[in-house]
Design a protein around this ligand. Structure first.
Ligand SMILES: [Fe+2]
Length: 208
């Protein structure tokens, strides 16, 4: 992303936008936003429901998890993940990706650095709209940050807003993966990283 594009994105940011930052590289709100955070805010504000899904390679499927490529430009990319119920994504890292996970909806427990990160007060649904209370919560996941998830009844949906590093061309983030994989299908599809296969997965694999 060029400086001119970034400046344009900054100009488009909504001053009143309030995102729940569950895990961020910034320890205080006074520190400047980096390029990925600017890209996150720009994309959440400016990409509509249709996104900018390309004609080619619009979807991936791994272990019953579907991802939709919502946007890609240069080293930046957004994938929407649609995850069926009773899915465990074990703790892992993405060696070439800096990202934000954005909670869209459904029954998800996200883990980061060995613990669940969605606050108790934003679990469950809004009684009026029936949308997820934690909708829009974001989690910063740097390349060495361990993270995972548990998907309960009804499954869940989240966005992964990514900055690809080390001159690696963007592909599916689940194929840039170090750690225990979801299964043999996943293991066979990892391109970069160190995947490990385990016979049975439990919640203990999400919060080691
Ligand atoms: Fe991940």
């Amino acid at each position: 992303m060029s400086e001119a594009q970034l400046a344009a994105h900054i100009g488009m940011l909504c001053q009143n936008e309030k995102l729940r930052l569950l895990h961020s590289h910034r320890t205080t709100q006074q520190e400047p936003m980096d390029e990925l955070e600017l890209f996150l805010k720009w994309s959440l504000k400016n990409l509509n429901m249709l996104g900018m899904v390309p004609y080619a390679k619009a979807t991936w499927s791994i272990e019953g998890v579907t991802s939709v490529l919502m946007y890609r430009k240069d080293q930046y990319q957004i994938q929407m993940f649609i995850v069926p119920e009773n899915t465990i994504i074990p703790e892992h890292t993405h060696p070439n990706v800096d990202s934000y996970e954005v909670y869209v909806g459904g029954n998800i427990k996200f883990s980061h650095s060995g613990k669940y990160v969605l606050a108790k007060e934003v679990e469950g649904e809004n009684p009026n709209t029936k949308t997820a209370l934690g909708r829009g919560s974001v989690i910063r996941v740097k390349p060495n940050d361990k993270h995972g998830g548990v998907f309960g009844p009804g499954g869940g949906v989240f966005l992964s807003v990514q900055h690809w590093l080390n001159k690696v061309e963007p592909h599916c983030v689940a194929a840039d993966y170090t750690g225990t994989v979801m299964g043999e299908d996943h293991y066979s599809k990892v391109i970069c990283g160190k995947p490990e296969l385990k016979a049975t997965l439990t919640e203990n694999d999400v919060i080691n």
